[in-house]
Structures are given as C-alpha cells and as structure tokens.
Design a protein around this ligand. Structure first.
Ligand SMILES: *Cc1c(COP(=O)(O)O)cnc(C)c1O
Length: 388
C-alpha cells in the first residue's frame, strides 16, 4: 500500500492492521462520542496542543482514524479525512480551497449533485463555476488563468469520458490553480490521481470502498497542509463526520476490495463489449472499449452507459430487467440500471441541459458481482421484450 515499500501490495496491506487492543484481529468500534482525561493537567495540556489525546468524535475517533490512515496509504497521500457522505467530502474540500469571489473550472458531466452544489450553493455565495469539455485539454487549460480550483472527475459521470489528468494538473500547477479529482469510479486500486499531480482526491465511499450497499460515506486525501487547512476552516464546523460504526463497515468492506474490483472490472468490460456488438445498441460508453491514448487507468470500474437503438423502448427495457434493479448509486454487490432522464432530472436540467446533456435514449448500467452470463441473459431478454 505504501509506495515506498513496493513489496507490500494493496491486497496484503488491506488484510493487515496495526495491533488492536486485547489482540483483537478486527478493529474495535469506538462507539463513543467523547473521551475522558485522566486528570486536570492532561485536559489542559490537550487544549494547549501538547498532547494528541482523542477528545470528541465530531473531530476525531480512533475507528475513523484507522480508516483514514488506510485510505491515505491506498491513495499514496499524506493524510485523509472521512465524511458522512461523498458530498460531505466534496463540499468541505471545495469550501476549504475556494473563497467567495473566486472561480472554479469544472469539467462537464460531473456527478449531478456536485453539479448542483456548484451551480446552486457555490454561486449563491459568490463562487462562480465555468464548465468546460474535459476531453478538450486545450480548452480546459485556456480557462485556468485566474481560477482558484480545477475540478476533475475522470472518467466522468454518465459519459465515462477520461481527462488527461497529468497534463491538466501540470498546467494548473503552473497557473497556481489547486486541482481536485473525484476518483470514485476507478478506486485507488486502478488510478492514483495524487501521483499524476492532483492536489486533493475525493471518493464517495458509499460506492466501491464500502462495497455492500449499506453505508453512505466520503473521503478526501491530500497533503497534510491542505488537510490541516480543511480542519482549521470547515470540517469540524460543517460537522459532516463519519460515525465509528460506518467506518468499521467500510474497513470490513475494504478487506475484499481487490478481489471485488477484479471481478467488477472483468464483468463490466465483458458486458460492455457484448453490448457494443449488439444490434439493439447504438453506442456504449466504457473507457475500456475505446482506449484513450493517455489513459491513466490500470483497471476499470463496472459502471458504464449504453445508448439504446430506436426500436427499443427505454421504459419497457428497464422494466423487463430482473437482475439489474432500478436504483441509484452503485458500487455494491447487486447490478443496477438508471435511465438517463433520471440523471438529467437529478442535475436539475430537464430539457435545457447544457452542462449535463446526456442522451435521452441512454441507460446507465452497473455490473455487480453476479455471474456474467446470468447478467448477459437478463440484458438480452430485456432487449427482446423491450423491442417494438
Ligand atoms: C455517489 C457519487 C458521489 C456522491 O457520494 P455520496 O456518498 O452519495 O454523497 C460523488 N461522486 C460520484 C462519482 C458518485 O458516484
């Protein structure tokens, strides 16, 4: 997990923890809101900054800290912080970097609630966002001068387009622009944006990191200086802290992240390949189908999107699926489908979409851990019953 020790691979590191109290092999869940001091002097010393004793779980909790340390190591970063949701991580990170009056450059087709946060709350407090086609590296670079933050999501939501992270991060650095990237799709196993020059990486841990559709959580990883600034300015006060119980569920999910991701990657790519050759589709958007020459992915998430041929009724197709359940989110064990009109409405755009104009005849598929041929049969039979 630690890049300085190449001998320890992520799977090995995720199978081992530092020693726990009483020799417990699984991490203790510190389900405690506060932590008491031995005496007066210990308490005063803590508030003078002379000790690091844990005080209160809105700010610090040992189970959450263990999770933070694991994710920091996986992403090759100095420090990490956990949040009550991916949006908690994203909003805290943006607000710790950008001040009112400053400008953000954001790639198009980011996660719809990120889009709404930028277009809604951020613009309300005087933070302007310019949305640029992330595939057009020159256009993004041209928008950088004078900006405070460059926001990347590679690949992005719905369209699954990759950005040239390395080139964009280097151009941003030259302009003094901080770079932040949402890496939820690839996980730290298949892409490490910090190694490509990005300053801050965020994850929705509700997805692959927890992996069992039972937790909503978020993470941010970056250099200690930026994380310290977040702690000083926003994190304790916005209060989107992760509960120790949810941290323990993510720590448990992480044990199997490498085997789950290997399976997701294989199943997702295989289904995308078969769908791209199927007469009932007009386009399949999956980064593995059309390898972008500068791809920095070493593996693939299993979330991708498909445009359906005119003879397929989108509603009938979705209703005919049985293993792919109609549901938002992704990253768990179960396969899911979302029609594009839901994504458009989520982004608050309806028909006048400019920065989130996903095609109407598109569905987003998420391949879970089911058998690949069972999933394929489900798709094929839905095409048959969904076709006029
Ligand atoms: C789900 C998701 C988020 C938001 O995470 P929550 O945990 O739902 O708050 C952010 N980015 C991407 C790419 C997502 O899929």
């Amino acid at each position: 997990m630690n890049k300085k020790n190449k001998a320890t691979k992520a799977d090995t590191a995720l199978a081992h923890d530092p020693a726990h109290a009483e020799g417990a092999i699984a991490p203790p869940v510190y389900q405690s809101s506060l932590f008491v001091f031995d005496d007066f002097d210990a308490m005063v010393a803590r508030y003078r900054g002379d000790s690091e004793q844990v005080v209160y779980s809105r700010v610090d909790n040992p189970t959450v800290t263990l999770l933070q340390d694991k994710i920091a190591a996986l992403e090759c970063g100095e420090a990490a912080r956990a949040f009550a949701s991916g949006m908690g991580a994203i909003s805290n990170t943006i607000l710790s970097v950008v001040d009112p009056g400053e400008r953000i450059v954001c790639v198009r087709h980011v996660y719809p609630d990120t889009y709404r946060f930028l277009r809604g709350f951020c613009s309300r407090i005087g933070i302007e966002t310019v949305f640029v086609d992330g595939c057009d590296t020159d256009a993004v670079i041209a928008a950088l001068p004078g900006a405070r933050l460059l926001y990347l999501e590679s690949p992005n939501s719905w369209m699954m387009q990759e950005q040239d992270i390395r080139a964009l991060a280097s151009a941003a650095k030259a302009e003094g622009v901080t770079v932040m990237a949402d890496n939820s799709w690839a996980t730290p196993l298949f892409q490490n944006p910090l190694e490509l020059g990005v300053d801050l990486v965020v994850h929705s841990a509700s997805k692959y990191l927890s992996g069992h559709s039972d937790v909503v959580a978020g993470m941010v990883v970056g250099p200690s200086a930026l994380i310290d600034k977040m702690d000083a300015l926003v994190r304790p006060y916005l209060g989107a802290c992760l509960s120790p119980h949810n941290a323990a569920l993510i720590l448990r999910g992480l044990r199997t992240l490498p085997v789950r991701m290997q399976r997701h990657a294989e199943t997702g790519l295989e289904l995308a390949r078969r769908l791209s050759e199927h007469a009932s589709t007009t386009a399949v958007h999956h980064p593995g189908l059309d390898p972008y020459s500068k791809s920095t992915l070493s593996g693939y998430g299993s979330l991708f999107s498909v445009e359906l041929a005119p003879e397929v009724d989108v509603r009938d197709f979705c209703n005919a699926l049985s293993l792919f359940r109609l549901g938002v989110s992704w990253g768990g064990y179960e396969s899911l489908v979302v029609p594009a009109m839901v994504g458009r409405n989520q982004a608050g755009l309806h028909n006048s979409a400019v920065d989130f104009d996903v095609p109407e005849r598109m569905v987003r598929l998420y391949a879970g851990l089911e058998d690949v041929d069972d999933l394929w049969n489900d798709l094929e039979s839905a095409f048959t019953s969904g076709s006029a």
